[in-house]
Design a protein. Structure first.
Length: 77
């Protein structure tokens, strides 16, 4: 009877998961830039909506704490 070993298959799955996480982090960085740009050109309603989406992605989907954005801090003060 064949035995399931956690050999290369587990390793390749972890590498794939790491690759997807890096891609998601890169996309969030681009989203950060976009939010800042929209805020800078006074499209604040759009930037606020994107900031909420970004926050949801980080906290709910990536299980990371929300870092907040300068845009969010400026709006709250």
């Amino acid at each position: 009877m064949a035995r399931n070993s956690p050999g290369p298959n587990v390793s390749s799955k972890q590498e794939e998961a790491d690759r997807y996480r890096r891609a998601a982090e890169d996309a969030l960085q681009q989203l950060d830039w976009t939010i800042g740009y929209l805020h800078g050109i006074r499209k604040t309603e759009i930037s606020k909506a994107l900031a909420k989406n970004r926050s949801f992605i980080r906290t709910q989907l990536m299980d990371e704490p929300d870092e907040g954005l300068p845009v969010q801090q400026t709006d709250e003060t």
